[in-house]
Ligand binder design. Structure first.
Ligand SMILES: [Zn+2]
Length: 294
């Protein structure tokens, strides 16, 4: 079992521990459970979907990296596929707070990067902040997304975000988690560049059309990619680096062991991710940071 789960494990009931151990007991547990695994856990623990998601919150919060606030937020996103995806907040010392990732953004992006096409619900251990309510309103689930918290009734995003402003006020282009391929190409035979390009091709930027993606490689040679997720209200947009760091953290990788990073974005984009990407990666100790444009 990964060290991050050790401290919290004793707080899980013995029956659920037994049901979870075949998955969470593995060192390479990717902080997600497939629909099949979820069914098996539900059968042996006698938990229903919601009881299970709530019971998993302490484990998702254990993935939090919060060196500034020491406030550990966990989220569990449930996809239409039945898969469950962990999410946790992430903070970065040495760069502005705008680089922070919230647990809801983490779980949603984690699901997106695993290829999930739509979310049914999100379960969180604290009430979602305004920033996250707006971020979630970009999803193709719309305001019908179910939002669960401990000791609260079932509510939807519509309850948390009345009189919402969202994508429908601006365009009828794809929503977050819709499958897209922008078709950009780069004639460079470099695995990391091609991984960053593939991520840019699946990024969500319907308002600025400034698509971007990133690929990170760690000391073991593992590659983690991230895509830009733009928001109708602009500010809760999630940069591609943050998406990749979410994926890396959830997979059990060490965000301070990045050996090389490649940002891929359009040469004539209205906006560039370069400065923020470079400063955050530098703060994380990465020294080989490159930018390629299409
Ligand atoms: Zn939030």
């Amino acid at each position: 079992m990964q060290a991050r789960f050790h401290a919290i494990w004793s707080e899980i009931t013995p029956k659920l521990q037994k049901a979870l151990l075949p998955y969470i007991g593995n060192d390479d547990f990717p902080a997600m459970l497939t629909a099949e695994q979820v069914e098996s856990i539900k059968q042996s623990s006698e938990f229903d979907d919601q009881a299970l998601a709530l019971a998993l919150l302490p484990l998702s919060a254990a993935c939090s990296l919060a060196p500034i606030s020491h406030f550990y937020v966990g989220a569990i996103a449930r996809g239409e596929s039945g898969n469950l995806y962990f999410g946790a907040n992430m903070e970065f010392t040495g760069v502005p707070l705008q680089q922070t990732v919230h647990a809801e953004q983490s779980a949603i992006t984690h699901a997106w990067l695993h290829g999930e096409k739509k979310l049914v619900s999100i379960t969180i251990n604290y009430s979602p902040c305004g920033h996250c309510r707006q971020f979630m309103n970009e999803l193709n689930s719309g305001t019908q997304l179910e939002v669960y918290l401990p000791n609260r009734p079932r509510l939807t995003l519509a309850d948390y975000l009345p009189e919402a402003f969202g994508p429908g006020d601006l365009t009828d282009t794809p929503l977050l988690l819709d499958t897209v391929n922008h078709g950009y190409q780069l004639a460079i035979s470099d695995e990391l560049v091609q991984a960053g390009l593939a991520a840019a091709n699946r990024s969500h930027a319907p308002y600025s059309q400034s698509h971007s993606g990133i690929a990170l490689q760690d000391e073991q040679g593992k590659i983690y990619t991230g895509r830009y997720a733009e928001n109708a209200a602009f500010n809760p947009s999630l940069p591609p680096l943050q998406a990749a760091l979410i994926f890396m953290n959830m997979a059990g990788g060490n965000c301070q062991s990045i050996k090389r990073a490649v940002l891929v974005e359009g040469e004539n984009n209205h906006l560039s991710q370069w400065n923020a990407t470079e400063s955050t990666l530098t703060a994380l100790g990465c020294t080989k940071i490159q930018r390629y444009t299409f």
